[in-house]
Design a protein around this ligand. Structure first.
Ligand code: FAD
Length: 340
């Protein structure tokens, strides 16, 4: 086997968390390499048409432009980028963490940081992918956007969809259709949201219903709804569709030694159950895990993929920078113990 390339830090994933971690680390002279499996870097944020809740851009900025600026800044500090290469394994070795990709490359980091994010489940229906970004949206709505006088469809029966429907209904003359495949809104949504929805006259809840297709003239303007009870389909006018049918953390490839919660998000620090913390401390000679450190000593985690994190660009970037502060302390510990 050829000797793998060595770095102080290997970041897995070039979304906002990974990009901010990389530029923060490089600016602190931590030699960093980022590997990403996507066709372009920037993660989910790069697919957002306008991000309005990121500090420093009062008029909003497209996700593509924002993440391109992050890449530019990381390059300014001489960060190395590799990809597209999907990481398929990470394992502890004597010198640190070995990161392996589907292309057969191997990278050695003294530390590795996992920032692989999530994937919003996409809705399989006619024209949905063609209109994604042109009226069809996955994930949270931009906070500062104005939905006054708009017809909005929210798809999903859980709290994220309920919350979005309530938020849209606060806009002047916004008409909201909440489309739920289940026979009842009670199935997955919290009672307090169901109460709020019942109070809003401009939210029209349609249970046993699915969106089976969308249309437009380059921009979305129609959706076809299908009622599973009556077996009837009908077209409705719509300006924006928001899909909340769940998200999946990109963690399936991780080895079992990296503990995840019941939904697959990676656990870290104090969130690790007592048994795993004990096991961790056995491996580290009594050192407890850092806040962003996983159950595998030397592998840190940040951003959407970390258990319990709200899914926002600003939170992911902050989380990436916080992880680097801990990585810096971790490297200091390694240095001190090597000098003993
Ligand atoms: C359409 C849309 C609009 C949004 N709008 C907003 C908004 O307006 N405001 C807001 O605050 N938030 C918004 N969000 C949420 C925001 O984009 C995310 O919270 C943020 O991108 C999370 O960043 P992250 O770096 O943790 O993960 P991600 O952005 O998901 O990045 C993860 C990266 O890891 C890479 N990766 C995954 N698996 C592997 C692997 N095995 N090997 C190598 N690389 C891998 C991916 O290719 C990706 O580049 C939006 C999300 C979407 C989908």
């Amino acid at each position: 086997m050829s000797t793998p390339e060595r770095h102080d830090l290997v970041v897995i994933g070039a979304g906002p968390a990974g990009l901010n971690a990389a530029l923060t680390a490089q600016s602190e002279r931590i030699k960093t390499m980022v590997v990403d499996g996507g066709v372009r870097v920037g993660g989910q944020a790069a697919t957002s048409s306008k991000i309005e809740n990121y500090a420093g851009f009062p008029d909003g900025i497209s996700g593509h432009d924002l993440t391109a600026l992050m890449v530019k800044q990381a390059l300014k500090f001489n960060t190395t980028f590799m990809g597209p290469s999907r990481v398929t394994d990470v394992l502890p070795v004597e010198e640190g963490m070995l990161v392996c990709t589907d292309e057969g490359e191997k990278y050695l980091g003294q530390v590795a940081l996992l920032t692989t994010g999530v994937e919003y489940k996409s809705l399989k229906a006619r024209n949905m992918s063609a209109y994604t970004g042109l009226g069809v949206n996955y994930g949270p709505a931009p906070i500062a956007a104005d939905y006054s006088d708009k017809k909005v469809i929210v798809i999903g029966g859980a709290n994220s969809a309920g919350q979005a429907a309530v938020n849209f209904s606060a806009f002047q003359a916004c008409e909201v259709d909440l489309i739920i495949r289940a026979a009842s809104i009670e199935e997955k949504m919290s009672g307090y949201l169901i109460d709020q929805i019942a109070e809003r006259e401009n939210i029209n809840v349609q249970t046993s219903t699915e969106v089976i297709g969308v249309d437009g003239n380059g921009t979305l303007n129609k959706a076809t709804l299908y009622n599973n009870g009556t077996k009837e389909a009908r077209d409705v006018d719509v300006d924006e569709i928001f899909v909340f049918i769940g998200s999946i953390p990109k963690t399936l490839w991780l080895p079992d030694a990296v503990l995840r919660d019941e939904k697959g998000f990676v656990m870290s620090g104090v969130d690790l159950p007592a048994e795993q913390r004990e096991e961790f401390m056995k491996q580290t000679g009594g050192r407890p895990p850092f806040g962003h450190e996983t159950s595998m000593p030397g592998l840190f985690v940040a951003g959407d993929v970390r258990s319990g994190i709200p899914k926002r660009v600003n939170i992911a970037t902050g989380d990436g920078a916080n992880a680097v502060v801990e990585i810096h302390s971790y490297r200091q510990l390694l240095l001190e113990s090597s000098q003993k």
